[in-house]
Design a binder for this molecule. Sequence first.
Ligand code: P53
Length: 493
Amino acid sequence: MARFPKNFLWGGAIAANQAEGAYNEDGRGLVQTDVTTGGNVHTPRYTTYIGKDGKPGKVPSMGHTGKIPEGAEFAILDDYHYPNHQAVDFYHRYKEDIKLFAEMGYSVFRLSISWARIFPNGDDLEPNQAGLDFYRSVFEECRKYGIEPLVSIWHFDTPLSLESRYGGWTNRKLVDFYVRYAETIFKEYKGLVKYWITFNEINNTIMFLDLFDEDLTDADYQEAYQHLHHQFLASAKAVALGHEIDANYQFGNMICGITFYPGSSDPSDILENLHKWEQNIYYCSDVQAKGRYGSYAKRLWKEHNVVLEMAEDDLEILAKGKVDMYTFSYYMSTVVTTHAVEDKVYGNFSIGAKNPYLTYSEWGWAQDPTGLQYYLEKIYDRYEIPIMIVENGLGALDTVEEDGAIHDQYRIDYHRAHINAMADAIADGVDLIAYTTWGCIDIVSAGTGEMRKRYGFIYVDMDDEGKGTLARTPKDSFYWYQKVIASNGEDVE
Ligand code: P53
Protein backbone atom coordinates (compact mmCIF):
# COMPACT_ATOMS: atom_id res chain seq x y z
CA MET A 1 0.00 0.00 0.00
CA ALA A 2 1.34 3.43 -0.98
CA ARG A 3 1.67 5.81 1.96
CA PHE A 4 0.54 8.87 -0.01
CA PRO A 5 -2.14 9.26 -2.70
CA LYS A 6 -0.90 9.49 -6.28
CA ASN A 7 -1.66 13.19 -6.77
CA PHE A 8 -0.34 14.30 -3.40
CA LEU A 9 1.08 17.83 -3.62
CA TRP A 10 4.61 18.29 -2.26
CA GLY A 11 6.27 21.66 -1.92
CA GLY A 12 7.26 24.56 0.28
CA ALA A 13 5.91 27.90 1.51
CA ILE A 14 6.95 31.52 1.95
CA ALA A 15 5.23 34.82 2.70
CA ALA A 16 5.66 38.08 0.76
CA ASN A 17 6.82 40.30 3.61
CA GLN A 18 9.35 37.75 4.87
CA ALA A 19 10.86 36.90 1.48
CA GLU A 20 10.39 39.59 -1.17
CA GLY A 21 12.17 42.66 0.17
CA ALA A 22 11.97 45.53 -2.37
CA TYR A 23 9.71 47.18 0.19
CA ASN A 24 9.56 50.53 -1.57
CA GLU A 25 9.87 49.51 -5.21
CA ASP A 26 7.43 49.75 -8.12
CA GLY A 27 4.74 51.57 -6.20
CA ARG A 28 4.39 49.23 -3.23
CA GLY A 29 2.83 50.74 -0.10
CA LEU A 30 4.14 50.11 3.40
CA VAL A 31 2.97 47.34 5.75
CA GLN A 32 3.50 46.88 9.46
CA THR A 33 6.68 44.79 9.11
CA ASP A 34 8.31 47.75 7.33
CA VAL A 35 8.19 49.66 10.62
CA THR A 36 9.13 46.62 12.72
CA THR A 37 12.69 46.09 13.92
CA GLY A 38 14.59 42.81 14.28
CA GLY A 39 14.59 41.00 17.64
CA ASN A 40 15.59 37.61 19.01
CA VAL A 41 14.43 34.91 21.38
CA HIS A 42 14.87 37.24 24.41
CA THR A 43 14.17 40.65 22.88
CA PRO A 44 10.88 41.40 21.13
CA ARG A 45 10.58 43.07 17.77
CA TYR A 46 9.50 46.71 18.02
CA THR A 47 7.13 48.81 15.98
CA THR A 48 8.64 52.29 15.58
CA TYR A 49 6.93 55.67 15.41
CA ILE A 50 7.25 59.42 15.77
CA GLY A 51 5.14 60.59 18.69
CA LYS A 52 2.77 63.54 18.86
CA ASP A 53 5.63 65.46 20.49
CA GLY A 54 7.89 64.78 17.49
CA LYS A 55 10.04 62.32 19.41
CA PRO A 56 10.86 58.83 18.07
CA GLY A 57 9.57 55.85 20.03
CA LYS A 58 8.92 52.11 19.89
CA VAL A 59 6.45 49.54 21.25
CA PRO A 60 6.79 45.74 21.30
CA SER A 61 5.15 44.54 18.11
CA MET A 62 3.63 41.48 19.87
CA GLY A 63 3.53 39.35 16.80
CA HIS A 64 1.48 41.55 14.61
CA THR A 65 -0.71 43.82 16.65
CA GLY A 66 1.57 46.35 18.35
CA LYS A 67 -0.28 49.57 19.05
CA ILE A 68 1.45 52.92 18.95
CA PRO A 69 0.33 55.81 21.21
CA GLU A 70 -2.57 58.14 20.31
CA GLY A 71 -1.53 60.71 17.75
CA ALA A 72 1.76 58.99 16.85
CA GLU A 73 2.67 58.14 13.25
CA PHE A 74 4.35 54.89 12.17
CA ALA A 75 7.90 55.72 11.11
CA ILE A 76 11.08 54.17 9.78
CA LEU A 77 13.84 55.47 12.09
CA ASP A 78 17.52 55.85 11.21
CA ASP A 79 18.92 53.96 14.18
CA TYR A 80 17.27 50.63 13.53
CA HIS A 81 17.61 47.71 11.16
CA TYR A 82 14.38 46.61 9.52
CA PRO A 83 15.03 43.09 8.24
CA ASN A 84 11.91 42.86 6.07
CA HIS A 85 12.95 45.82 3.88
CA GLN A 86 15.34 43.64 1.93
CA ALA A 87 14.37 40.23 3.30
CA VAL A 88 15.95 37.68 0.93
CA ASP A 89 15.19 39.67 -2.20
CA PHE A 90 12.77 37.13 -3.68
CA TYR A 91 11.34 40.09 -5.60
CA HIS A 92 14.37 40.14 -7.86
CA ARG A 93 15.50 36.53 -7.54
CA TYR A 94 12.24 34.61 -7.93
CA LYS A 95 13.30 33.00 -11.20
CA GLU A 96 16.43 31.54 -9.66
CA ASP A 97 14.48 30.45 -6.56
CA ILE A 98 11.58 28.82 -8.41
CA LYS A 99 14.11 26.95 -10.56
CA LEU A 100 15.61 25.51 -7.37
CA PHE A 101 12.12 24.59 -6.10
CA ALA A 102 11.52 22.80 -9.40
CA GLU A 103 14.81 20.96 -8.95
CA MET A 104 13.53 19.67 -5.62
CA GLY A 105 10.53 18.35 -7.53
CA TYR A 106 7.82 20.66 -6.16
CA SER A 107 4.29 20.19 -7.46
CA VAL A 108 3.03 23.08 -5.30
CA PHE A 109 4.54 26.36 -4.09
CA ARG A 110 2.79 28.43 -1.44
CA LEU A 111 3.40 32.16 -1.49
CA SER A 112 1.40 35.24 -0.57
CA ILE A 113 0.44 38.28 -2.59
CA SER A 114 1.35 41.55 -0.94
CA TRP A 115 -1.90 43.56 -0.79
CA ALA A 116 0.20 46.75 -0.67
CA ARG A 117 1.81 45.92 -4.03
CA ILE A 118 -1.65 45.74 -5.61
CA PHE A 119 -3.38 48.50 -3.62
CA PRO A 120 -0.61 50.56 -1.99
CA ASN A 121 -2.96 52.40 0.36
CA GLY A 122 -5.43 49.54 0.70
CA ASP A 123 -8.43 51.64 -0.32
CA ASP A 124 -7.23 52.77 -3.77
CA LEU A 125 -9.84 52.51 -6.51
CA GLU A 126 -7.43 51.26 -9.18
CA PRO A 127 -4.78 48.55 -8.75
CA ASN A 128 -1.07 49.16 -9.26
CA GLN A 129 -0.16 47.58 -12.60
CA ALA A 130 3.46 46.88 -11.62
CA GLY A 131 2.24 44.79 -8.68
CA LEU A 132 -0.15 42.80 -10.85
CA ASP A 133 2.61 42.19 -13.41
CA PHE A 134 5.03 40.93 -10.78
CA TYR A 135 2.77 38.14 -9.51
CA ARG A 136 1.68 37.23 -13.04
CA SER A 137 5.32 36.65 -13.88
CA VAL A 138 5.85 34.62 -10.68
CA PHE A 139 2.84 32.39 -11.45
CA GLU A 140 3.93 31.94 -15.06
CA GLU A 141 7.35 30.92 -13.85
CA CYS A 142 5.72 28.29 -11.60
CA ARG A 143 3.57 26.98 -14.45
CA LYS A 144 6.67 26.63 -16.62
CA TYR A 145 7.80 23.86 -14.25
CA GLY A 146 4.35 22.39 -13.64
CA ILE A 147 4.21 23.87 -10.14
CA GLU A 148 0.75 24.73 -8.79
CA PRO A 149 0.78 28.06 -6.92
CA LEU A 150 -1.05 28.07 -3.57
CA VAL A 151 -1.74 31.71 -2.86
CA SER A 152 -2.38 33.40 0.48
CA ILE A 153 -4.32 36.61 -0.02
CA TRP A 154 -3.24 38.01 3.35
CA HIS A 155 -0.23 37.00 5.40
CA PHE A 156 -0.16 39.44 8.34
CA ASP A 157 0.31 42.34 5.91
CA THR A 158 -2.60 44.75 5.95
CA PRO A 159 -1.46 47.95 4.18
CA LEU A 160 -0.12 50.25 6.88
CA SER A 161 -2.22 53.08 5.57
CA LEU A 162 -5.36 51.14 6.53
CA GLU A 163 -3.96 50.74 10.03
CA SER A 164 -3.21 54.43 10.46
CA ARG A 165 -6.24 55.93 8.72
CA TYR A 166 -8.93 53.40 9.60
CA GLY A 167 -7.58 51.69 12.72
CA GLY A 168 -7.16 48.32 11.00
CA TRP A 169 -9.53 45.37 11.15
CA THR A 170 -11.71 46.65 13.98
CA ASN A 171 -13.12 48.92 11.30
CA ARG A 172 -15.75 47.22 9.18
CA LYS A 173 -14.72 49.24 6.13
CA LEU A 174 -11.74 46.90 5.71
CA VAL A 175 -14.12 44.12 4.66
CA ASP A 176 -14.94 45.94 1.44
CA PHE A 177 -11.34 46.96 0.77
CA TYR A 178 -10.24 43.34 1.14
CA VAL A 179 -13.04 42.10 -1.12
CA ARG A 180 -12.08 44.64 -3.81
CA TYR A 181 -8.49 43.42 -3.62
CA ALA A 182 -9.60 39.77 -3.72
CA GLU A 183 -11.90 40.36 -6.70
CA THR A 184 -9.05 42.04 -8.58
CA ILE A 185 -6.63 39.16 -8.14
CA PHE A 186 -9.30 36.46 -8.73
CA LYS A 187 -10.05 38.01 -12.13
CA GLU A 188 -6.45 38.80 -12.95
CA TYR A 189 -5.02 35.34 -12.26
CA LYS A 190 -7.87 33.19 -13.54
CA GLY A 191 -6.31 30.17 -15.23
CA LEU A 192 -2.97 30.71 -13.50
CA VAL A 193 -4.00 29.98 -9.90
CA LYS A 194 -6.39 27.36 -8.53
CA TYR A 195 -5.73 27.23 -4.76
CA TRP A 196 -6.32 30.23 -2.47
CA ILE A 197 -5.99 30.86 1.27
CA THR A 198 -7.96 33.81 2.62
CA PHE A 199 -6.15 34.74 5.88
CA ASN A 200 -2.94 33.27 7.23
CA GLU A 201 -3.18 32.01 10.84
CA ILE A 202 -6.39 33.93 11.40
CA ASN A 203 -6.70 32.53 14.94
CA ASN A 204 -3.50 34.24 16.17
CA THR A 205 -5.56 37.31 17.03
CA ILE A 206 -7.34 35.46 19.80
CA MET A 207 -4.83 32.70 20.59
CA PHE A 208 -1.91 34.97 21.35
CA LEU A 209 -3.89 37.72 23.03
CA ASP A 210 -3.38 36.58 26.62
CA LEU A 211 0.19 35.55 25.90
CA PHE A 212 1.67 39.02 25.63
CA ASP A 213 -0.32 41.04 28.09
CA GLU A 214 -1.42 40.04 31.53
CA ASP A 215 -3.56 43.10 32.20
CA LEU A 216 -6.09 42.58 29.45
CA THR A 217 -9.41 44.36 29.73
CA ASP A 218 -12.78 43.37 28.32
CA ALA A 219 -12.21 46.08 25.70
CA ASP A 220 -9.18 44.18 24.38
CA TYR A 221 -11.32 41.07 23.90
CA GLN A 222 -14.11 43.11 22.36
CA GLU A 223 -11.63 44.45 19.85
CA ALA A 224 -10.09 41.06 19.08
CA TYR A 225 -13.44 39.36 18.51
CA GLN A 226 -14.72 42.26 16.42
CA HIS A 227 -11.52 42.23 14.36
CA LEU A 228 -12.07 38.49 13.75
CA HIS A 229 -15.71 38.95 12.86
CA HIS A 230 -14.69 41.38 10.13
CA GLN A 231 -12.03 39.00 8.82
CA PHE A 232 -14.59 36.15 8.80
CA LEU A 233 -16.92 38.32 6.73
CA ALA A 234 -14.13 39.31 4.36
CA SER A 235 -13.08 35.67 3.99
CA ALA A 236 -16.65 34.43 3.40
CA LYS A 237 -17.40 37.16 0.87
CA ALA A 238 -14.15 36.45 -0.97
CA VAL A 239 -14.87 32.70 -1.08
CA ALA A 240 -18.39 33.20 -2.46
CA LEU A 241 -17.16 35.71 -5.04
CA GLY A 242 -14.19 33.54 -6.00
CA HIS A 243 -16.44 30.55 -6.65
CA GLU A 244 -18.53 32.76 -8.93
CA ILE A 245 -15.52 34.05 -10.85
CA ASP A 246 -14.07 30.58 -11.38
CA ALA A 247 -15.84 27.38 -10.36
CA ASN A 248 -12.45 25.64 -10.24
CA TYR A 249 -11.15 27.85 -7.45
CA GLN A 250 -10.52 26.00 -4.19
CA PHE A 251 -10.37 27.95 -0.96
CA GLY A 252 -8.72 27.17 2.33
CA ASN A 253 -8.97 28.86 5.72
CA MET A 254 -5.65 28.94 7.55
CA ILE A 255 -5.29 28.09 11.19
CA CYS A 256 -2.16 28.23 13.32
CA GLY A 257 -2.54 24.60 14.32
CA ILE A 258 -1.27 23.97 17.79
CA THR A 259 -2.17 20.70 19.51
CA PHE A 260 -3.32 21.29 23.08
CA TYR A 261 -2.86 18.59 25.73
CA PRO A 262 -4.25 18.53 29.26
CA GLY A 263 -1.44 18.75 31.82
CA SER A 264 -2.94 16.00 33.98
CA SER A 265 -5.96 13.74 34.36
CA ASP A 266 -7.50 16.25 36.79
CA PRO A 267 -10.97 16.82 35.27
CA SER A 268 -10.49 20.57 35.56
CA ASP A 269 -7.43 20.28 33.29
CA ILE A 270 -9.42 18.22 30.81
CA LEU A 271 -12.19 20.81 30.71
CA GLU A 272 -9.76 23.72 30.49
CA ASN A 273 -8.04 21.95 27.59
CA LEU A 274 -11.36 21.56 25.74
CA HIS A 275 -11.98 25.26 26.24
CA LYS A 276 -8.56 26.08 24.76
CA TRP A 277 -9.38 24.07 21.63
CA GLU A 278 -12.65 25.98 21.37
CA GLN A 279 -11.16 29.42 21.85
CA ASN A 280 -7.94 28.97 19.92
CA ILE A 281 -8.75 26.52 17.12
CA TYR A 282 -12.46 25.81 16.62
CA TYR A 283 -13.72 29.36 17.07
CA CYS A 284 -12.20 30.37 13.73
CA SER A 285 -12.39 27.13 11.81
CA ASP A 286 -16.03 26.44 12.71
CA VAL A 287 -17.00 29.78 11.18
CA GLN A 288 -14.89 29.24 8.09
CA ALA A 289 -15.49 25.52 7.51
CA LYS A 290 -19.00 25.04 8.94
CA GLY A 291 -20.24 28.52 8.10
CA ARG A 292 -21.41 29.38 11.61
CA TYR A 293 -20.23 30.29 15.08
CA GLY A 294 -19.90 27.28 17.41
CA SER A 295 -22.30 26.84 20.31
CA TYR A 296 -19.51 27.67 22.82
CA ALA A 297 -18.93 31.09 21.18
CA LYS A 298 -21.58 32.60 23.45
CA ARG A 299 -19.63 31.41 26.47
CA LEU A 300 -16.39 32.90 25.13
CA TRP A 301 -18.05 36.27 24.51
CA LYS A 302 -19.78 36.27 27.88
CA GLU A 303 -16.51 35.58 29.72
CA HIS A 304 -15.32 39.03 28.65
CA ASN A 305 -18.65 40.82 28.20
CA VAL A 306 -18.15 40.96 24.47
CA VAL A 307 -21.07 42.11 22.38
CA LEU A 308 -20.31 41.64 18.70
CA GLU A 309 -21.54 44.30 16.34
CA MET A 310 -23.24 42.38 13.57
CA ALA A 311 -25.31 43.54 10.63
CA GLU A 312 -28.56 41.78 9.83
CA ASP A 313 -27.29 39.49 7.08
CA ASP A 314 -23.84 38.75 8.52
CA LEU A 315 -24.69 35.21 9.57
CA GLU A 316 -26.03 34.51 6.10
CA ILE A 317 -22.80 35.81 4.56
CA LEU A 318 -20.80 33.48 6.79
CA ALA A 319 -23.00 30.52 5.86
CA LYS A 320 -22.49 31.19 2.15
CA GLY A 321 -18.70 31.49 2.30
CA LYS A 322 -17.58 28.10 3.55
CA VAL A 323 -14.08 27.04 2.56
CA ASP A 324 -13.41 23.94 0.44
CA MET A 325 -10.42 22.70 2.39
CA TYR A 326 -8.94 23.01 5.86
CA THR A 327 -5.45 24.40 5.66
CA PHE A 328 -3.19 24.87 8.68
CA SER A 329 0.36 25.36 9.91
CA TYR A 330 1.86 22.96 12.41
CA TYR A 331 4.99 23.48 14.44
CA MET A 332 4.32 22.31 18.00
CA SER A 333 2.01 21.17 20.73
CA THR A 334 1.44 22.78 24.10
CA VAL A 335 0.25 21.82 27.58
CA VAL A 336 -2.81 23.30 29.29
CA THR A 337 -3.20 23.15 33.05
CA THR A 338 -5.14 24.80 35.84
CA HIS A 339 -2.32 24.00 38.27
CA ALA A 340 0.71 26.11 39.11
CA VAL A 341 3.41 25.66 36.48
CA GLU A 342 6.97 25.17 37.66
CA ASP A 343 8.75 24.30 34.45
CA LYS A 344 7.59 26.90 31.95
CA VAL A 345 8.45 27.05 28.29
CA TYR A 346 10.28 30.25 27.38
CA GLY A 347 9.91 30.29 23.58
CA ASN A 348 8.40 33.41 22.09
CA PHE A 349 5.22 31.72 20.93
CA SER A 350 5.28 28.52 22.92
CA ILE A 351 2.66 28.67 25.56
CA GLY A 352 2.32 27.07 28.97
CA ALA A 353 4.02 24.25 30.79
CA LYS A 354 6.94 22.20 29.56
CA ASN A 355 6.07 18.71 28.33
CA PRO A 356 8.57 16.24 29.87
CA TYR A 357 8.04 13.79 26.99
CA LEU A 358 9.17 16.20 24.26
CA THR A 359 12.33 17.96 23.14
CA TYR A 360 12.38 21.68 22.40
CA SER A 361 14.04 23.68 19.65
CA GLU A 362 16.58 26.41 20.39
CA TRP A 363 13.66 28.82 20.27
CA GLY A 364 11.67 26.81 22.79
CA TRP A 365 9.21 25.22 20.36
CA ALA A 366 8.12 21.67 21.24
CA GLN A 367 8.93 19.04 18.62
CA ASP A 368 5.97 16.73 18.42
CA PRO A 369 5.17 14.74 15.26
CA THR A 370 2.58 12.64 17.12
CA GLY A 371 0.83 15.92 17.90
CA LEU A 372 0.51 16.44 14.14
CA GLN A 373 -1.14 13.04 13.66
CA TYR A 374 -3.47 13.81 16.57
CA TYR A 375 -4.37 17.21 15.07
CA LEU A 376 -5.02 15.73 11.61
CA GLU A 377 -7.29 12.98 12.89
CA LYS A 378 -9.21 15.26 15.25
CA ILE A 379 -9.74 17.95 12.62
CA TYR A 380 -10.68 15.57 9.81
CA ASP A 381 -13.25 13.93 12.01
CA ARG A 382 -14.77 17.34 12.77
CA TYR A 383 -14.92 18.82 9.24
CA GLU A 384 -14.49 15.96 6.75
CA ILE A 385 -13.06 18.18 4.01
CA PRO A 386 -9.65 17.79 2.32
CA ILE A 387 -6.75 19.00 4.44
CA MET A 388 -3.51 20.74 3.51
CA ILE A 389 -0.56 21.21 5.85
CA VAL A 390 0.73 24.51 4.50
CA GLU A 391 3.54 25.15 7.00
CA ASN A 392 5.73 22.83 9.03
CA GLY A 393 9.38 23.20 9.81
CA LEU A 394 12.21 23.62 12.24
CA GLY A 395 13.77 27.00 12.94
CA ALA A 396 17.41 26.21 13.66
CA LEU A 397 20.93 27.62 13.54
CA ASP A 398 22.83 26.31 10.52
CA THR A 399 26.60 26.11 10.09
CA VAL A 400 28.28 26.57 6.75
CA GLU A 401 31.24 24.19 6.50
CA GLU A 402 34.54 25.23 4.97
CA ASP A 403 33.61 23.54 1.70
CA GLY A 404 30.34 25.50 1.68
CA ALA A 405 28.11 22.53 2.58
CA ILE A 406 25.31 22.78 5.16
CA HIS A 407 24.70 19.52 7.01
CA ASP A 408 21.26 20.03 8.55
CA GLN A 409 20.51 16.49 9.70
CA TYR A 410 18.30 17.88 12.57
CA ARG A 411 16.00 19.45 9.97
CA ILE A 412 15.83 16.22 7.96
CA ASP A 413 14.98 14.31 11.16
CA TYR A 414 12.24 16.80 12.02
CA HIS A 415 10.58 16.55 8.61
CA ARG A 416 10.97 12.79 8.35
CA ALA A 417 9.15 12.31 11.64
CA HIS A 418 6.34 14.67 10.57
CA ILE A 419 5.98 13.02 7.15
CA ASN A 420 5.73 9.62 8.86
CA ALA A 421 3.02 11.05 11.13
CA MET A 422 1.17 12.28 8.02
CA ALA A 423 1.36 8.80 6.48
CA ASP A 424 -0.07 7.31 9.69
CA ALA A 425 -2.94 9.80 9.68
CA ILE A 426 -3.69 8.99 6.02
CA ALA A 427 -3.70 5.27 6.88
CA ASP A 428 -6.24 6.15 9.58
CA GLY A 429 -8.53 7.71 6.98
CA VAL A 430 -7.54 11.39 6.83
CA ASP A 431 -7.94 13.04 3.41
CA LEU A 432 -4.61 14.90 3.40
CA ILE A 433 -3.82 16.33 -0.03
CA ALA A 434 -0.77 18.58 0.34
CA TYR A 435 2.33 19.38 2.37
CA THR A 436 4.27 22.61 2.00
CA THR A 437 7.23 22.93 4.35
CA TRP A 438 7.85 26.31 5.89
CA GLY A 439 10.54 28.33 4.33
CA CYS A 440 11.53 26.29 1.29
CA ILE A 441 14.31 28.84 1.40
CA ASP A 442 15.66 30.79 4.41
CA ILE A 443 13.59 33.91 5.06
CA VAL A 444 13.14 36.51 7.82
CA SER A 445 11.49 35.03 10.92
CA ALA A 446 8.04 36.47 11.57
CA GLY A 447 8.28 36.14 15.33
CA THR A 448 11.80 37.40 15.95
CA GLY A 449 12.87 39.11 12.73
CA GLU A 450 16.04 37.03 12.72
CA MET A 451 17.75 35.45 9.72
CA ARG A 452 19.65 32.99 11.92
CA LYS A 453 16.39 31.23 12.79
CA ARG A 454 16.49 29.28 9.55
CA TYR A 455 13.83 26.99 8.13
CA GLY A 456 14.92 26.59 4.53
CA PHE A 457 16.21 23.67 2.50
CA ILE A 458 18.11 26.38 0.61
CA TYR A 459 20.60 28.50 2.54
CA VAL A 460 20.66 32.26 2.00
CA ASP A 461 23.85 34.14 2.79
CA MET A 462 22.43 36.93 4.94
CA ASP A 463 22.76 37.68 8.66
CA ASP A 464 20.63 39.43 11.29
CA GLU A 465 22.26 42.79 10.55
CA GLY A 466 21.48 42.51 6.85
CA LYS A 467 25.02 41.61 5.81
CA GLY A 468 25.66 38.92 3.19
CA THR A 469 25.69 38.28 -0.52
CA LEU A 470 22.18 36.75 -0.65
CA ALA A 471 23.72 33.80 -2.54
CA ARG A 472 21.63 30.61 -2.48
CA THR A 473 23.09 27.19 -1.54
CA PRO A 474 21.18 23.89 -1.30
CA LYS A 475 21.50 22.27 2.15
CA ASP A 476 21.59 18.50 2.76
CA SER A 477 17.84 18.71 3.36
CA PHE A 478 17.41 19.92 -0.24
CA TYR A 479 18.73 16.63 -1.65
CA TRP A 480 16.84 14.62 0.94
CA TYR A 481 13.52 16.29 0.09
CA GLN A 482 14.21 15.71 -3.62
CA LYS A 483 14.32 11.98 -2.86
CA VAL A 484 11.19 12.14 -0.71
CA ILE A 485 9.23 13.86 -3.47
CA ALA A 486 10.57 11.61 -6.25
CA SER A 487 9.40 8.55 -4.28
CA ASN A 488 6.08 10.21 -3.33
CA GLY A 489 6.94 9.95 0.35
CA GLU A 490 8.05 6.30 0.31
CA ASP A 491 11.77 6.95 0.72
CA VAL A 492 12.35 9.24 3.71
CA GLU A 493 15.68 7.79 4.87
P1 P53 B 1 8.81 32.25 13.03
C1 P53 B 1 3.56 31.98 15.95
C2 P53 B 1 3.46 30.63 16.27
C3 P53 B 1 3.47 29.70 15.28
C4 P53 B 1 3.58 30.10 13.96
O1 P53 B 1 7.48 31.43 12.73
C5 P53 B 1 3.67 31.44 13.67
C6 P53 B 1 3.63 32.39 14.65
C7 P53 B 1 3.69 33.84 14.35
O2 P53 B 1 4.97 34.25 14.07
O3 P53 B 1 3.75 31.92 12.43
C8 P53 B 1 3.89 31.14 11.31
O4 P53 B 1 9.19 32.89 11.76
C9 P53 B 1 3.71 32.13 10.21
C10 P53 B 1 4.96 32.41 9.44
C11 P53 B 1 6.16 32.26 10.34
C12 P53 B 1 6.25 30.81 10.79
O5 P53 B 1 5.07 30.43 11.45
O6 P53 B 1 8.42 33.22 14.08
O7 P53 B 1 2.63 31.85 9.35
O8 P53 B 1 4.85 33.68 8.88
O9 P53 B 1 7.35 32.64 9.75
C13 P53 B 1 7.42 30.52 11.69
O10 P53 B 1 9.81 31.26 13.49
